[in-house]
Structures are given as structure tokens and as C-alpha cells.
Write a protein that binds this ligand. Structure first.
Ligand code: C5P
Length: 203
């Protein structure tokens, strides 16, 4: 049997990360959250003497388990370094190798189906309305004890959406053959069931 390669893209708080994790566990595949790479690059550029380009080239040194990478500030900083073409170029080989390892893989991000593995047989583009995504992110931040207000979450998310979709280098975009999954009115179980049904329809 050919190794299963699943490419998942979508905007922040669309549910793509949760879906990617669940599919990886279900099919026993390694999972790469590619957003963490951009977060690690931004973190290194802010906390070491490296430029973002150098940090991306020295990716092996990155600690992807650093909890500081999970904050919203880190996400905003990531979306700024992610617009630099040389940063993206320096992260390409690692991601392509991850995608094409013998076991198969699940990757999630913004350009997985379009740039990293356009050859993936399963591509899922996960979306949700801005309102639904803001509500989710707000609840998540509150659960983590963050002190924030909804209008701020909304403004930051809208700004990040705009930056990620309008940049020239590998913008957030669905691959032509991607399955569109709108999770606005779905919980994680329903999104997982819809994705599984799509994958089994591909045989
Ligand atoms: O998915 P996450 O919120 O962790 O991504 C952080 C930022 O990294 C995104 O806003 C986006 O600018 C960038 N990114 C990207 N390409 C990817 C994954 C993330 O440009 N494949």
C-alpha cells in the first residue's frame, strides 16, 4: 500500500491543527504542525543574534516544544517572518522530507497542499467564519488564563488573515483539488468524521 500523505491548510483557529492531530493518531502517522517552524524562526530572531533567514536555515537548533511559541504574539510574529521569501525557502527541504518519509505523514499549515506537497493524494482546506474562529480563540485564551477582550482577538485575527492571504510568497490558498471543510457549525468530532468520510471516498 502507498504511504498516506495528508495535506491540511487553513487560517488560524479554523480547526486544522486539531483535525491534523486526530487524523495522525487515527492513521498512526507522524504529524508536522508547520506553523511551529515559523513561530520558532520568529522567536529565534527576537531572542538571538540570528536574522530570520539564518534562524530558518538553522532549524535543527529550534526547540519546537518551547511553550512560548504557542502564544498569540508568537503567531503574529510568525506571520511577519513567514512573508520573507528566503525564510520560506530555507524551511522547504525539511518540510518536503517530512512529507515524503516512508511512513507517510500529516502536515498542516498554509501552503502544504499548494507548495510543500502538491502531490498529496488527500488535501483538505479547513475554513470557518471569522466570527466562529474569533469565538474559539477567545475561549481558548480565556481557558489559558489570558487577559483579553473579543474585539482585540478579532482585530488581530483579521490582520493575520490579511497578511497570510495577501503576501506574495506562498499565500494562504486552497489547492485546486482540495476538499473544502467549513467547520463554522461543527465541533471537532464532526470535522473529524467529515474528513474521514472524504479520505475513505478517495479509496
Ligand atoms: O498555524 P499557526 O498559527 O501556528 O501559524 C503561524 C503563522 O505562520 C501563520 O500566521 C502564517 O503566517 C505562518 N505559516 C505559513 N505557512 C505555513 C504555516 C504557517 O506561512 N505552512
Amino acid at each position: 500500500m502507498k504511504p498516506l500523505l495528508i495535506a491540511i491548510d487553513g487560517p488560524a483557529a479554523s480547526g486544522k491543527g486539531t483535525l491534523a492531530k486526530r487524523l495522525a493518531a487515527h492513521f498512526k502517522l507522524p504529524h508536522l504542525d508547520s506553523g511551529l517552524l515559523y513561530r520558532a524562526v520568529a522567536w529565534a530572531a527576537a531572542h538571538t543574534s540570528r536574522t530570520p533567514e539564518e534562524a530558518a536555515a538553522a532549524l535543527e537548533a529550534a526547540d519546537l516544544d518551547n511553550p512560548a511559541l504557542r502564544t498569540d504574539e508568537a503567531g503574529q510574529a510568525a506571520s511577519k517572518v513567514a512573508a520573507i521569501p528566503q525564510v520560506r525557502a530555507n524551511l522547504l527541504k525539511f518540510q518536503k522530507e517530512f512529507a515524503h518519509q516512508a511512513s507517510g505523514a500529516v502536515l498542516d499549515g498554509r501552503d502544504i497542499g499548494t507548495v510543500i506537497c502538491p502531490d498529496a493524494p488527500v488535501k483538505i482546506f479547513v475554513t470557518a467564519s471569522l466570527e466562529a474562529r474569533v469565538e474559539r480563540r477567545y475561549q481558548e485564551l480565556r481557558e489559558r488564563g489570558a487577559d483579553t477582550i473579543k474585539p482585540r482577538v478579532l482585530a488581530e485575527m483579521a490582520e493575520r488573515d490579511r497578511r497570510d492571504s495577501e503576501r506574495a510568497a506562498s499565500p494562504l490558498k486552497a489547492a485546486p483539488d482540495a476538499y473544502h471543510l467549513d467547520t463554522s457549525d461543527m465541533d471537532a468530532d464532526a470535522a473529524f468524521a467529515a474528513a474521514l468520510a472524504f479520505i475513505s471516498s478517495k479509496g
